[in-house]
Design a protein around this ligand. Structure first.
Ligand code: PAF
Length: 279
């Protein structure tokens, strides 16, 4: 696997592989890789002639500086994991490569996506994601890019970015990879103790309970019951809400089949965790 640190190295690699008709898959990450990322890479390897992953911890998307400071870094292990699934190259730029002093911020009106759930709670987060993914897509020019549905709202933000600036990039959103306990794979889980992980696995149980209840009771009652279950476990809930899965427009009564998403954000041992379920 080629390790590329500069734009020149990336361009040399791209010019070698780019022949008419080759398909290039791209998996952007912030490192601290886990089975969820690896599933994205595997899917890209299966579906494309070449796959590039990127590892860049993007400070612009951290609204909380201590979250940025505590973000786990495991470059050597990440490289081994990527190699083990036949990733062709990893782009690991520095901040100066990604955002040189003369870089121009792009603008993108995210509409409702900036005003619901993660938007108001993490001011500047989605703008940071948009800036970095714009630059990565512009550098790599992939045919297809892969993202995980655990960050559901981020997937919709990236879809908006694609529609505005990268119409030729095909996006693939992959299902959340879970541990046997139901806990969604996340780099943040590394900051949880064993007890914290057990507590965190309760999130998916609550989401699945709400989904199962949805055939019997209305949305607001099901959510109320879900909040009650979390309260009983003393889990600090930031939100537990439901919305239309296409638009993230919150609702009062369930939407049609497969159009409902229940989203949750909590703090466990000071670590912010999110998850969701679509039904
Ligand atoms: O989901 C992530 O890991 C990040 O938000 C992304 C898309 C790599 C942008 O930094």
């Amino acid at each position: 696997m080629q390790i590329l640190n500069t734009q020149i190295e990336l361009e040399e690699f791209l010019s070698k592989i780019r022949k008419k008709g080759i398909k290039l898959g791209f998996v952007p990450t912030m490192g601290a890789l886990h089975a969820g990322h690896i599933e994205l890479v595997k899917r890209s390897v299966e579906e494309n002639d070449f796959t590039i992953a990127s590892i860049f911890v993007n400070e612009l998307q951290f609204n909380n500086p201590s979250d940025f400071k505590n973000y786990p870094i495991s470059k050597e292990r990440d490289i081994e994991m990527l190699e083990s699934v036949s990733c062709d190259a990893v782009f690991m730029p520095t901040n100066e490569v990604m955002f040189p002093h003369d870089y121009k911020k792009i603008t993108l009106d995210l509409g409702i996506l900036d005003n619901v759930f993660e938007g108001p709670l993490r001011p500047g987060h989605f703008d940071g994601v948009v800036q970095v993914v714009y630059r990565l897509f512009d550098y790599v020019k992939p045919n297809t890019a892969y993202f995980g549905l655990k960050d559901f709202q981020q997937c919709l933000v990236i879809k908006a970015l694609k529609n505005a600036y990268f119409s030729s990039v095909h996006l693939v959103f992959c299902p959340t990879v879970r541990m046997e306990s139901g806990l969604a794979m996340s780099s943040r889980n590394e900051r949880l103790s064993m007890t914290g992980k057990v507590e965190a696995s309760f999130l998916y149980k609550v989401l699945a309970t709400i989904r199962d209840l949805s055939v019997h009771i209305e949305a607001l009652d099901a959510l109320k019951y879900g909040r009650h279950l979390l309260q009983q476990k003393n889990i600090e809930v930031e939100y537990l809400e439901f919305a239309n899965a296409d638009t993230l427009m919150p609702g009062k009564t369930w939407f049609k089949k497969n159009k409902n998403i229940v989203l949750i954000a909590v703090y466990i041992e000071g670590v912010r965790l999110i998850d969701n379920i679509v039904f």
